[in-house]
Unconditional design. Structure first.
Length: 223
């Protein structure tokens, strides 16, 4: 299904949702992005609820719901796929997620803080090296903050069903290794996080984190 046709489908589906379930949702959008699952090769993120503004109670939370056309296309290529049913399920799921955000003030506060720390990281400012653990946990040892995905792993990383060798540079830690060369990268950065030596305990101290880019190499199947 073409992007414009899919956007029209989502607009029609939105009209079938009772207004009380859309309170605080400032926009329901369709994005061309493809968002691969960081571990499983046959899974893609179809939609997302993104918290925007709130005053502290959670009840006045404003969110944006996004459906990812590229992810729908990727899944459709894998086999039989009902675009309308999947779009409806994704849309209602993300609206339920909005209601869950409104009810969980602690999670909102944690996510806000993680997003602020990630902004500092992108701006080259000092940031808490463990901030990403307050983001959205999407798999064992994997977290998401904004469009960036953070992984705790070693010199071999599994990404979207494939294995990659990572040449770890000899540098000070904590170290953020931004992975370049993934076959299906996330919309943002894929970041391998290495704790400070010699123990994980030291990682939680607020010490400067170092960043570097590394070109990864996919490990052939059966190796």
């Amino acid at each position: 299904m073409r992007f414009d046709d899919f956007r029209s489908l989502v607009e029609r589906l939105q009209g079938d949702i009772p207004p009380e379930f859309q309170g605080g949702v400032v926009a329901i959008e369709v994005s061309p992005k493809t968002v691969p699952h960081p571990i499983r090769g046959d899974v893609y993120t179809l939609g997302e609820c993104i918290p925007l503004e709130w005053s502290g109670s959670g009840a006045d939370l404003q969110s944006r719901v996004v459906l990812y056309h590229g992810s729908f296309e990727a899944l459709a290529r894998l086999g039989e796929f009902d675009w309308r049913a999947e779009a409806w399920e994704t849309l209602t799921h993300e609206l339920r997620h909005h209601l869950e955000w409104r009810a969980n003030v602690a999670a909102l506060e944690a996510y806000d803080w993680a997003a602020e720390e990630n902004f500092k990281r992108h701006e080259g400012e000092p940031f808490d090296p463990a901030f990403y653990r307050s983001g959205e946990r999407i798999a064992e040892g994997v977290w998401k903050v904004d469009d960036d995905v953070f992984l705790e792993a070693g010199e071999e990383v599994t990404w979207h069903g494939a294995r990659y060798d990572v040449k770890i540079p000899d540098a000070a830690r904590p170290l953020y290794v931004i992975l370049d060369g993934l076959a299906e990268p996330p919309p943002g950065e894929a970041v391998l996080v290495l704790p400070r030596r010699p123990s994980l305990f030291n990682f939680w101290r607020r010490v400067p984190a170092h960043e570097t880019f590394v070109r990864v190499k996919e490990v052939p199947c059966g190796s």
